[in-house]
Write a protein that binds this ligand. Structure first.
Ligand code: DGL
Length: 256
């Protein structure tokens, strides 16, 4: 059987929320995954640092696997370096950026929230999305690095309390938003908890839209590749958990 192979990249386990959406829609696609834990977090890194690092990882990955497409499953990286990656590599890229347009379409109150990393919240790319699609809305922006760390802890089974979560989202509740864009792929790991804290808010992300985009791009591509095992690479030694083990071989990636 011939199968398409794609690569999903993130600073850590955030992109697994995008992997989940892709797997649901396209279970036949082989998804390799790079979690750049050695450079985690991406949300506080400069564009220059991200560009250099991601190009290095991509050169390695394209050499190692016959890939059909690459999903940059990280808002912090996509809003910073997508154009630069497209300029250097011929492979199709699918970027993940905050779902501002969807939020603006869904809001009844014309008051939406953006919960993302510092990098994503402050980038010109994000400002442009707001200008293009949510001009008529009040947009409350909350940047949180803590929530990214908490998501990593959660998936490693190390999270003891959800109290910080309540505090992080309190400005959104105070602003009376009715839709919040989870503008970081780590955050959908807290979907249930967020719904519990604020059941009247719609917490949205880009997962399904990305899966549709991947389907669209792969539909045009033929492949000669025989079935391969999906591999989860972390750039830090010893990263594993039952979720990752269930879907991937696990290897450490070292390019230094
Ligand atoms: N999951 C990533 C994002 O969507 C990166 C989070 C981080 O490493 O700061 O922004």
């Amino acid at each position: 059987m011939k199968q398409h192979q794609i690569l999903i990249m993130d600073s850590g386990i955030g992109g697994l929320t995008v992997f989940n959406a892709i797997r649901e829609k396209l279970p036949e696609v082989v998804c390799h995954y790079i979690a750049d834990h050695a450079y985690f977090p991406y949300g506080t890194k400069t564009e220059k640092v991200l560009e250099k690092r991601m190009k290095e990882l991509l050169r390695w990955a394209l050499d190692k696997h016959q890939l059909d497409a690459v999903v940059i499953a990280c808002n912090s990286a996509s809003t910073a370096v997508l154009d630069e990656l497209r300029a250097e590599f011929a492979i199709p890229f699918i970027g993940v950026v905050p779902a501002i347009k969807t939020a603006a379409e869904l809001t009844q109150k014309k008051s939406i929230g953006l919960l993302a990393t510092e990098g994503t919240v402050n980038r010109q790319y994000t400002e442009q999305l707001i200008q293009d699609f949510a001009r008529d809305c009040k947009v409350t922006r909350v940047a949180s690095s803590d929530l990214v760390h908490l998501a990593e802890e959660k998936i490693q089974g190390k999270l003891s309390t959800l109290e910080p979560l309540r505090e992080i989202v309190s400005p959104l509740i105070a602003a009376k938003v009715d839709v919040v864009v989870l503008g970081c792929t780590h955050f959908p790991w807290f979907r249930e908890e967020l719904k519990h804290i604020a059941p009247d808010i719609q917490w949205i992300d880009s997962g399904e839209a990305i899966a549709r985009r991947v389907e669209f791009i792969l539909a045009d591509l033929t492949t000669d590749e025989a079935t391969k095992e999906a591999t989860f690479y972390s750039t830090k030694k010893g990263v594993t958990n039952p979720f990752i083990e269930r879907f991937f071989n696990i290897e450490t990636l070292s390019i230094d």
